[in-house]
Design a protein around this ligand. Structure first.
Ligand code: S3P
Length: 172
């Protein structure tokens, strides 16, 4: 199969557990593209895990780092940028992402998300919220922001990773 060279970046956004990192890894491998995992880069630079950054410095501090990194990454092309689920919370990030590349929104039902995150303790935002009601409520609060940022919306429910990536590559 042919690989693509994109004259822009592919920016993956979406709620926690919608598959951004998995899709990034798969696309990176099959399309020979460099991946930037924003959370990983932030944790690396801070020398701390994401939960520790939230606990010790607070969410606003984390959001500042996130916005700053996003700005810094704007010049490259043909990269995959896998964003943290809350990247759309700051309006300026939405503007910045649109400059950086094509924004691909991954979606999943609250049930699917719960299934994917239930054994995971690395997401401070979901601490004590591991149930479909709380997940659905948080998704509703963020929905308009995700949609405002997205150039393309891809549902990941009941699909294999290769199906999801095939869809992205044909539609982007
Ligand atoms: C967050 C999502 C996380 C991470 C942080 C905050 C959020 O990324 O950036 O815990 O507010 O949705 P993932 O979407 O990769 O879990």
């Amino acid at each position: 199969k042919k690989t693509h060279v994109f004259p822009f970046n592919l920016i993956l956004i979406g709620f926690m557990g919608t598959g951004k990192s998995t899709v990034a890894r798969y696309l990176g491998k099959t399309q020979h593209m460099e991946i930037i995992e924003m959370d990983e880069e932030i944790a690396h630079r801070e020398g701390k895990s994401i939960p520790d950054i939230f606990a010790e410095k607070g969410e606003a501090y984390f959001r500042d780092l996130e916005s700053h990194l996003l700005k810094e990454l704007q010049r490259e092309t043909n990269q995959i940028l896998s964003c943290g689920g809350g990247i759309v919370l700051r309006p300026e990030n939405i503007t910045q992402m649109k400059k950086n590349g094509k924004v691909i929104l991954l979606t999943a039902s609250p049930e699917t998300v719960l299934e994917r995150v239930k054994h995971d303790n690395s997401r401070p935002v979901l601490k004590n919220r591991k149930n479909t009601e709380d997940i659905a409520r948080l998704m509703d609060e963020r929905r308009d922001k995700y949609l405002a940022a997205a150039d393309l919306v891809i549902s990941t429910d009941h699909k294999s990773i290769s199906q999801i990536c095939e869809e992205i590559l044909t539609e982007v």
